[in-house]
Design a protein around this ligand. Sequence first.
Ligand SMILES: [Mg+2]
Length: 179
Amino acid sequence: MAPRPRRPAAFLDRDGVLNEDVGYAHQPDQIRWIEGAFEAVRSLNEAGYYVFVVTNQAGISRGYYNGQHVESLHRWMNDRMGEFDARIDDFRYSPFHPEFDDGTHAHLAHWRKPEPGMILDLMEHWPIKKTGSFLVGDRESDMVAAKASGIPGHLFSGGNIANFINREITQLRDLKVLK
Ligand SMILES: [Mg+2]
């Protein structure tokens, strides 16, 4: 297999960015897509971005669901993306919550946003060009995680996520950060 090319990456929070944050969604019938979700990811694919999801899933520490639920939901989400020619390259989720974990996930405490562990792990496993990379999230903890990993964070407060992402891509092109 040819080595993967070095590219900038878009790190997307999941709940509140790709799907409505209804609280502890872990199965397909709980997913209400944010307007423009498929188009946003496809735009990033076409602009030459790696697209990653970085999501806190404390529902695991709370015992509401487990990692297999999250992983099969993510496969389902990516299958829906595929129907629109969009692709998420990889996912990271943080199962840990400091108040509810019984110790099982304590080794992943640094993955829970506002900690940057999930982003840093992706940066280790993928050939990411930091210039042009960014994160989109709907909470301050997302912004803190972005800053701690050395990339800009953009706060999405609702509306059409494709418009939001396309504005960002256009700006980076105008600044000559992207071709
Ligand atoms: Mg969120």
